[in-house]
Write a protein that binds this ligand. Structure first.
Ligand SMILES: [Zn+2]
Length: 126
C-alpha cells in the first residue's frame, strides 16, 4: 500500500515542471480551464472560447475542436502503450490524469510524457 502510494506520488511529480504543474492543477480541479476558473468565481463564463460549451477537463483533453491534431498524436501514442484489449476508445480522462494501475511504472511515466506533450502543444497552459 505504502509502496504503491509512493509510486503514484512519484508519477504525479514526473516530467517537465510547467506541464506537470498544469496536469496537477487539472487533477485537483484548480486549473486555468474556464470550467474550473468559473467554479472559483475567477471567470465570467465556464465555456471554451472556441466551442461555447463548458471547458471541462474532458472537453480540453478529449473534445475541443482546437486540439484535434495534437489529440490524434496523444491517442496514437497512448494506444501504443495500452495493452491491446484496452486500445481504441478506452482512453478515459481517468487514465490521462492518473495513469493506469495495470501498466508498469515505466509505461505510466511514458503515458504522462505524452499527456504533458499535449498540454505543451495546446499552448493553453491550463
Ligand atoms: Zn473547445
Amino acid at each position: 500500500m505504502f509502496h504503491s502510494t509512493m509510486k503514484q506520488l512519484d508519477l504525479y511529480l514526473h516530467g517537465e515542471r510547467t506541464a506537470q504543474m498544469s496536469h496537477t492543477r487539472i487533477r485537483v480541479k484548480f486549473s486555468n480551464l474556464n470550467y474550473h476558473l468559473y467554479n472559483y468565481g475567477l471567470s465570467n463564463s465556464p465555456n471554451c472560447d472556441e466551442c461555447n460549451v463548458p471547458e471541462t477537463p474532458i472537453h480540453y483533453f478529449m473534445e475541443c475542436n482546437k486540439y484535434s491534431i495534437i489529440r490524434n498524436d496523444m491517442v496514437t501514442g497512448i494506444s501504443d502503450i495500452l495493452p491491446t484489449a484496452n486500445r481504441a476508445g478506452r482512453i478515459s480522462l481517468n487514465i490521462l490524469l492518473h495513469g493506469k494501475r495495470e501498466l508498469s511504472h515505466n509505461d505510466n511515466t511514458k503515458l504522462f510524457d505524452i499527456v504533458h506533450s499535449y498540454i505543451r502543444r495546446s499552448g493553453r497552459n491550463p
